[in-house]
Design a protein around this ligand. Sequence first.
Ligand SMILES: [Zn+2]
Length: 135
Amino acid sequence: MSRNKEKSLCAICGVELSGGKRLYPNPVCRQCDSRALNANGEKAKWGFEYVYETQESYREALEQTRHYYNDESIDAIIIPDAGENPVFIDGRKCWRRYRFGGYLTMKDDHDCSDISEFYRKHNKSRMKADEKTND
Ligand SMILES: [Zn+2]
């Protein structure tokens, strides 16, 4: 069995993905990801939308931060790397890894109950595949 290390395909539609995504199990392309819903069937939120929901609540949080540090010159709050998990794309469960102001979506093959279980199960099967190819 041979496999091409340079290629990674979207775990949902099969389109070829670029670069870094192949380091992650079952990566999902941006196109498929744009259909992601949360457990309530609403568009999955992350970052600003997830944490503050509205401009108004963001401004309130900013005011509180200025007050807390007694510093009126604070002009922004860094958006935390956070968002909904799991998400569902065409009814398939997926997990998002939120980091560096963005995220990567990965398809769950084992109906995991949290993202650490996802990593455990999916990395294990990837290691098995590596052993078989003997490289
Ligand atoms: Zn796709």
